[in-house]
Write a protein that binds this ligand. Structure first.
Ligand code: OSB
Ligand code: MG
Length: 388
């Protein structure tokens, strides 16, 4: 038994530049990890890093390096000939036989030996999980415990050039049926934008995301957001400032939701118990994979903390898996799980199409989608083969 990996680096133009408080991008640099079994089946995972360390410390070239030089090599005892944990000595044969991809928990445990790099870990873990699920003819949604076959979708709106552009863009999304609008905000782009959007759409579910752009001393300013009846304010302060978030939430009535600060089950529990957050954005990449994402979900259900599924401008590969996660019962708020055409003119998979503000949860084996070969090769800028 052996599994080999291919790291596909792609570039895909965004339909419009996406600007946040941490920078702007007009092309998405995408890394897809392909894990190939010796029977020739491929599993896929998307690495959601940005090109530069603006959202978090990880960035794309670094992620490719750490995957190639450390994460994949550290899995070799699990993946090498005779090293499989699940089927050594198995006599199962034929199409219904379980293959020899290592069990998801053992992959997570092996990767945990390396510090940090959750997005790189998530991509590798997901590629192997897709393969493992395909060997069992099981969908990711069923594996994770999905209880819905469709999920409610929101959309994240970057910082545009003007209020007029903002209203035009939000207007398109409202018309397309999105069930919630999220505005990216930063000092200097907040109250006027909110006033304009609330003026046009007094009832639409609305929230904001600051990506750490404010400081503790902005508490009184953030309290002015309260009049706009927002679902939540996402990550107003720096990632490591749990006390600041707790202080802010004593001054601001709108619920505070953490994104960047939540990296694990333990950090989630710490933030909840400490009083720094009452809602959590779960992104599989940020927390090191879908198993951790599910575990954070389970913790939040137990603690009565609503969760929603974040996004990182994923292609169809990452989107498919996120939608399976978003179908778990604790995901009670619409996610940043938008349709393919909100991001890309052409996706790498068959496009995800919004239907009444929802997307269908893929139900095929594994993540349920595959890259389309011609799209993949047309978008490709580099391909690296990594043998274990
Ligand atoms: O903070 O949620 C974020 C995109 C890239 C990096 C960070 C974030 C985002 C988004 C877009 O808000 C979500 C999406 O539609 O994928
Ligand atoms: Mg965010």
């Amino acid at each position: 038994m052996s599994i080999s990996f291919v790291i596909h680096s792609l570039e895909i133009p965004l339909v419009r530049p996406f600007r946040t408080s941490f920078g702007s991008q007009s092309v998405r640099d995408v890394v897809l990890v392909e894990a190939i079994s010796d029977s020739g089946v491929s599993g896929w995972g998307e690495c959601v890093t940005m090109a530069w360390p603006g959202y978090s410390a990880e960035y794309t070239r670094g992620a490719v390096n750490v995957m190639r030089d450390f994460l994949i090599p550290t899995l070799s005892p699990l993946l090498g000939v005779g090293g499989g944990s699940s089927s050594k000595g198995s006599s199962l044969k034929g199409s219904s036989a379980e293959g020899s991809t290592p069990a998801p928990d053992s992959v997570r445990a092996a990767l945990a030996v390396m510090q940090g790099n959750p997005m790189a870990k998530s991509a590798i873990e997901t590629a192997l999980l897709d393969l493992w699920l395909k060997e069992r003819n099981l969908s990711l949604g069923d594996f994770l415990g999905a209880t819905r076959d469709r999920v409610d979708c929101g959309v994240s709106v970057g910082i545009p050039n003007s209020i007029a552009d903002l209203i035009a863009e939000v207007g398109q999304y409202v018309e397309q049926g999105y069930r919630r609008i999220k505005l990216k905000v930063e000092p200097g782009w907040d109250l006027d934008a909110l006033r304009a959007v609330r003026g046009e759409w007094p009832e639409i579910p609305l929230q904001v995301d600051a990506n750490q752009a404010y400081r503790r001393s902005d508490a009184d300013h953030l309290a002015k957001f309260d009049e706009f009846d927002l679902l939540l304010i996402e990550q107003p302060l720096p990632e490591d400032d749990l006390l600041g978030h707790k202080l802010i939430s004593s001054v601001v009535e709108t619920p505070i939701c953490l994104d960047e600060s939540i990296l694990s089950v333990d950090s989630a529990e710490s933030a909840i118990e400490f009083g720094a957050t009452t809602i959590i954005n779960i992104k599989p990449g940020r927390v090191g994979g879908f198993l951790n994402a599910r575990d954070i979900h389970d913790l939040c259900v137990e603690k009565n903390i609503p969760v929603w599924c974040g996004g990182m401008l994923e292609t169809g590969v990452g989107r498919a898996a996120n939608i399976a996660l978003a179908a778990l019962p604790g995901f009670i708020l619409p996610g940043d799980t938008s349709a393919s055409n909100r991001y890309y003119k052409e996706d790498v998979t068959e496009p995800f199409v919004l239907d009444h503000g929802q997307l269908s949860v893929p139900n095929g084996p594994g993540i349920g989608v595959e890259p389309i070969a011609v799209n993949l090769s047309g978008m490709s800028i580099a391909t690296e083969h990594v043998e274990v």
